[in-house]
Design a protein around this ligand. Structure first.
Ligand SMILES: CC(=O)N[C@H]1[C@@H](OP(=O)(O)OP(=O)(O)OC[C@H]2O[C@@H](n3ccc(=O)[nH]c3=O)[C@H](O)[C@@H]2O)O[C@H](CO)[C@@H](O)[C@@H]1O[C@H](C)C(=O)N[C@@H](C)C(=O)N[C@H](CCC(=O)O)C(=O)O
Ligand SMILES: Nc1ncnc2c1ncn2[C@@H]1O[C@H](COP(=O)(O)OP(=O)(O)OP(=O)(O)O)[C@@H](O)[C@H]1O
Length: 482
């Protein structure tokens, strides 16, 4: 592409690609000097040039400008990069129906429900924590919300592969770092707002401010904000949303409301009240929070033209979302749930579900807490588990370069009376949970979900996955007296 197509008054040199990492620049690329948390991209201009950068986009005054490259000074490099990414990849987001999902918990679940149901009428892609998926393509993501260059490149490939819609998880990091600024969403969905990511945002107000950007920036004329009326941030978001607001919930009157909710361990039922009419819904999703996730998805799909009854018909047999409330059933006489809960609210909700399914039998939880992330939540995890569990097995989560035993000790500060034990090796912890389970008990394996790696000192190390580990253990170690 010609540089002049990306910047007014720029020379007509050919550009081979866009890059914001000097180490990865290829001959003919534009290098964008981004301000970062650790580094300033302006410090790596020489390396970018050595690797063949043809154009440098910068915001600071430069001491030296080498011949052979074009220098373009802008006020805001991130903004320039977003606009260039959109143009270079031929405006892919403009060619798809774009659903953006944000909130503390439930983003992956809602994005996947939307994708699965939308796919029944037209091809829909998904970008988020679990994967990047479209057509026959399935990729492992580095981030929940990729940086703008990866994002627009991926969406461009989606368009080429025939996708008509895309469900994109929008993290608070992604919003704060302007990764989605060049996407005009059709629908912005809010799940809920509870404690998370204070290590990055500093305060809950900053965290909320980041989340709210998705709604402030929803400027499409027929855009829709889908908001959870039972969440404490509903009114704030409603008042800042520029687009039409549609509400969903259980406790209060709203546009898409679930009433008469019946929860079982393997299915749920409710009456959906919409537009003065009542629709019977049966779904294989379980737990109250998933009724919220389903309502948000139904609202988003219906508001973008799908037939309501057609959507409801799909709810009965939704595909299992990897590592999200995944019930493992090999015929053993106790319940086993693998779940990605890693926030206090998520922990509480899944433990409530665990208590609901095992009733007065034993609830066993296996979990840890990630190293180098949100230290304050560790004790809170202990307090929550103490409230619901009969046996707590503390183990490694993603320790990074922290000592898992020290993390476990911080969790223990919240445990007052519940029997607990620390077993560092996650497989061994799962084995012990299985050996301790008797008929009717429930085991919750929390925090890793579908992940097939554990972050250790030197980065990602392979992990067979909680679901594989527990299946092996169930077969080998189920208590014969259970
Ligand atoms: C905390 C955070 O979000 N960091 C992101 C941020 O890194 P940074 O600001 O530290 O970057 P930096 O190292 O200071 O570098 C600044 C610039 O200089 C460039 N550079 C740097 C070094 C060099 O030699 N040459 C060079 O060109 C870098 O490429 C960058 O453009 O900008 C980088 C480039 O886009 C991101 O890769 C990086 O994500 C890191 C890897 C990360 O782990 N982010 C996580 C926390 C994250 O974003 N998570 C959310 C989901 C959270 C959740 O819900 O659980 C997500 O959306 O995934
Ligand atoms: N609506 C909800 N309310 C509270 N907790 C939820 C909700 N939906 C899911 N959870 C819990 O949060 C966990 C993660 O769910 P999900 O992956 O859908 O959320 P997320 O927002 O995408 O999180 P992440 O971006 O970190 O993956 C689930 O395993 C479950 O324990």
């Amino acid at each position: 592409m010609r540089l002049s197509k990306l910047f007014k008054n720029a020379p007509t040199v050919n550009i081979t690609g866009l890059c914001s990492d000097s180490r990865k620049v290829k001959p003919g690329n534009i290098y964008f000097c981004l301000p970062g948390i650790t580094h300033d991209g302006h410090d790596f201009i020489n390396q970018a040039l050595e690797n063949g950068a043809k154009c440098i986009v910068h915001s600071k005054k430069l001491e030296e400008m080498k011949s052979g490259a074009v220098y373009i000074r802008v006020d805001d490099v991130i903004d320039a990069m977003n606009q260039c990414a959109r143009l270079f990849y031929s405006k892919p987001a403009d060619k798809m129906l774009m659903y953006g999902v944000t909130g503390t918990n439930g983003k992956s679940t809602i994005s996947n429900i939307i994708r699965n149901i939308r796919n029944t009428i037209e091809p829909c892609g998904y970008i988020g924590t679990i994967s990047i998926e479209y057509g026959n393509v399935k990729l492992a993501p580095d981030l929940t919300t990729p940086d703008p260059l990866v994002l627009h490149k991926t969406m461009s490939d989606m368009v080429q592969k025939g996708m008509k819609a895309c469900a994109l998880e929008v993290s608070s990091h992604g919003l704060a770092q302007h990764r989605v600024d060049a996407i005009k969403f059709d629908v912005a969905i809010f799940t809920n707002f509870t404690y998370d990511h204070l290590d990055f945002h500093g305060t809950l107000d900053n965290y909320f401010e980041a989340k709210s950007l998705l709604f402030k920036n929803l400027v499409k004329q027929d855009g829709v904000s889908i908001l959870n009326i039972d969440d404490e941030k509903y009114e704030d978001l409603r008042s800042i949303s520029k687009a039409k607001v549609i509400s969903y919930g259980i406790d209060r009157e709203c546009d898409y409301r679930a009433i008469n909710v019946v929860l079982d361990s393997h299915y749920s039922r409710f009456d959906l009240v919409y537009g003065g009419k009542t629709y019977k819904v049966k779904t294989n999703l379980v737990a109250t929070y998933n009724i919220y996730n389903l309502l948000a998805s139904i609202a988003a799909l219906h508001e973008t033209g799908m037939d309501l009854q057609e959507i409801i018909d799909q709810c009965e047999h939704l595909p299992q979302i990897d590592g999200r409330l995944e019930q493992i059933d090999l015929g053993q006489p106790y319940h086993v749930v693998v779940d990605f809960a890693h926030t206090p609210d998520g922990m509480e909700k899944i433990m409530q579900f665990g208590r609901q399914i095992c009733k007065d039998k034993k609830l066993i939880a296996v979990f840890g807490s990630a190293g180098k992330r949100d230290i304050a939540k560790r004790k809170v995890f202990g307090e929550i588990a103490d409230q619901y569990c009969d046996l707590i097995i503390l183990t490694e989560d993603d320790p990074r370069d922290e000592d898992p035993k020290e993390i476990a000790d911080q969790i223990k500060e919240g445990i007052k009376s519940t029997q607990n034990i620390f077993i560092e090796d996650r497989y061994e912890a799962i084995r012990q949970a299985v050996e301790n389970a008797n008929e009717g008990d429930a085991i919750l394996l929390l925090g890793k979900g579908d992940e097939s790696f554990i972050y250790r000192e030197n980065g990602r190390a392979p992990w067979i996955g909680d679901n594989v580990a527990v299946k092996e253990c169930i077969e080998k170690y189920t208590n014969q007296a259970a």
